[in-house]
Design a protein around this ligand. Structure first.
Ligand SMILES: NC(=O)C1=CN([C@@H]2O[C@H](COP(=O)(O)OP(=O)(O)OC[C@H]3O[C@@H](n4cnc5c(N)ncnc54)[C@H](OP(=O)(O)O)[C@@H]3O)[C@@H](O)[C@H]2O)[C@@H](O)CC1
Ligand SMILES: Nc1ncnc2c1ncn2[C@@H]1O[C@H](COP(=O)(O)OP(=O)(O)O)[C@@H](O)[C@H]1O
Ligand SMILES: [K+]
Length: 452
């Protein structure tokens, strides 16, 4: 499972706007369909490697792409058949159907299969779940190689319904831009390897996939304070805060101070308790204060939060610190990153609705903070509506303490200065890159054991 790095993501409505803008710039929708069909044909040709292909066409423009691909594959000498679920219902699809000079079979229960199935039944125009009998018929193709056109048929492309497609794809060729369903659970795994065919649509970058991670090389005149100073608050579970502190240092902070009375996991971490730690909040060199890892709700948490909010120190808030701070964030005058997992998110933002992207965006706007809505399909949202989707992360991150590591990495990135959204995206990228580098069997401590 994969998606292209740094690729645009558009909802169906945004796709239609982009399509209209492209038409105004002189590229007709027919041209776009021709490009889409050509990209499908190209990829199907490679996947089939000489074997016969069966293209399943729906009534809309997704089906239109299928007819175009069929014509182009036939012109290349490929043994290609077409089966239609229903006659074309749009002018574009009709024109594409008319330009296909081969037979069109009916998509019925007894249709002969082929080694490669191209699923061009439904794309972003799907408005309701597939009927049970259609789903059952499509499941008969399971086990064949499946190339899905735009999205696997049956998914809600905006990611706001959890309909699973009857036919999971080996490869999904997204047209013009990725769609939320390609990067959100439960549909993303059913897209297989997701590729992007740009087809010439000017897609804006408001919403996109995670960029490839880069290593920020310190400036030649860097010193430990200029690289960012991070304070990590510690409650009763000091191990969690210690993991955050080590992560902050490994992710590039120049100076990390950990509250506590135990030795830190790395000797370079400064450990302080009581007044000595509290005084640090007034230090103008402090670029980020991380609070929440291993710190349950209560007076101790509230007191540290109040001091941090008063000092306007940039904040990374995790776990119980999120609901505790929320009522004080709506002024938006502090740079803040929130890192809730699904349970913490639901408790903090019970009113958010829609896809995970919609909910993350609503939460960011409400809290006037950057939100990293964690999970296998992590979404980073900015209060101004920007979104970065991090699917697929590493499933090996599903182990205790990895969220503490992410909070520390956020502290390091935030302490460098700059846009907190960029900091959050960089931290998520660092976290996933570390996990992929280590791979099978990782535990949270491994993420901070060696430089990346
Ligand atoms: N955007 C672009 O730039 C480009 C887009 N392109 C392509 O266009 C695709 C979008 O095409 P689209 O809008 O025509 O919709 P599409 O997905 O084919 O389906 C709509 C049809 O399905 C029907 N229908 C819906 N739900 C149903 C159900 N459950 N069960 C049964 N039927 C159902 C619906 O009927 P209705 O809801 O009216 O009953 C309608 O007839 C897009 O994904 C991409 O592949 C490229 O060609 C080039 C550039
Ligand atoms: N199946 C998964 N695939 C990818 N990443 C995951 C998966 N499960 C969890 N993660 C990531 O691991 C981290 C877990 O954080 P969290 O639930 O707060 O754990 P903890 O509180 O134990 O530190 C998050 O960054 C989350 O995105
Ligand atoms: K499809």
């Amino acid at each position: 499972m994969s998606v292209p790095a740094d690729a645009p993501i558009l909802t169906a409505a945004a796709m239609r706007e982009a399509e209209a803008a492209t038409a105004r710039a002189g590229v007709s929708l027919g041209d776009l369909m021709e490009r889409a069909g050509a990209a499908v044909a190209d990829f199907a040709w490679r996947m089939a490697a000489g074997a016969p292909i069966l293209i399943l066409c729906g009534p809309g423009n997704n089906g239109g792409d299928g007819y175009v691909a069929a014509r182009r594959l036939k012109a290349r000498g490929v043994a290609v058949r077409v089966a239609a679920l229903a006659p074309p219902a749009t002018d574009l699809a009709k024109a594409a159907r008319d330009a296909w000079d081969g037979p069109v079979e009916s998509l019925t229960d007894n249709i002969a299969s082929a080694p490669l199935i191209v699923d061009a039944l439904f794309g972003v125009g799907l408005t309701r779940p597939l009927a049970d009998d259609l789903s059952a018929m499509l499941r008969r193709f399971s086990g064949r190689r499946i190339l899905a056109v735009d999205v696997p048929s049956g998914v809600a492309s905006d990611g706001d319904a959890d309909w699973l497609p009857p036919l999971a794809a080996d490869v999904t060729l997204a047209l013009g831009a990725l769609k939320p369903a390609h990067v959100l659970l439960p549909t993303a795994p059913a897209c297989g390897r997701c590729l992007l065919a740009p087809i010439g649509i000017a897609a804006d970058r408001h919403m996109q996939t995670l960029p490839a991670p880069t290593r920020a090389v310190p400036a030649p005149d860097a010193h430990k304070y200029s690289r960012g100073m991070v304070l990590i608050a510690s409650g009763p579970m000091q191990g969690a805060a210690a993991l955050s502190a080590a992560a902050a240092l490994r992710a590039g902070a120049g100076y990390v101070v950990l509250e506590g009375d135990r030795p830190a996991p790395l000797s370079a971490i400064i450990v302080e308790e009581g007044d000595a730690f509290a005084k640090r909040l007034g230090d103008p060199r402090v670029g980020a204060f991380v609070i929440g890892p291993g710190f349950p709700a209560g007076d101790a948490l509230d007191a540290r939060l109040a001091a941090a909010l008063a000092s306007r120190t940039p904040l990374v808030l995790d776990a119980a610190a999120i609901p505790a701070a929320l009522p004080h964030l709506e002024g938006g005058d502090t740079r803040v990153i929130l890192t809730p997992h699904a349970g913490e998110f639901a408790r903090a933002f019970p009113e958010a609705t829609g896809s995970k992207i919609d909910r993350a965006r609503a939460a960011a706007a409400q809290a006037r903070s950057v939100v990293i809505y964690k999970g296998a399909d992590t979404v980073v949202a900015a209060p101004d509506g920007r979104i970065c989707a991090a699917w697929p992360g590493s499933p090996w991150l599903a182990t205790a303490g990895t969220g503490d590591v992410l909070a520390g990495a956020c502290g390091a990135m935030l302490a460098r200065g700059g846009d907190p959204f960029d900091a959050a995206v960089a931290a998520v990228g660092w976290h996933i890159a570390q996990a992929r580098r280590i791979g099978a069997g990782l535990v949270a401590d491994d993420l901070v054991a060696a430089p990346f």
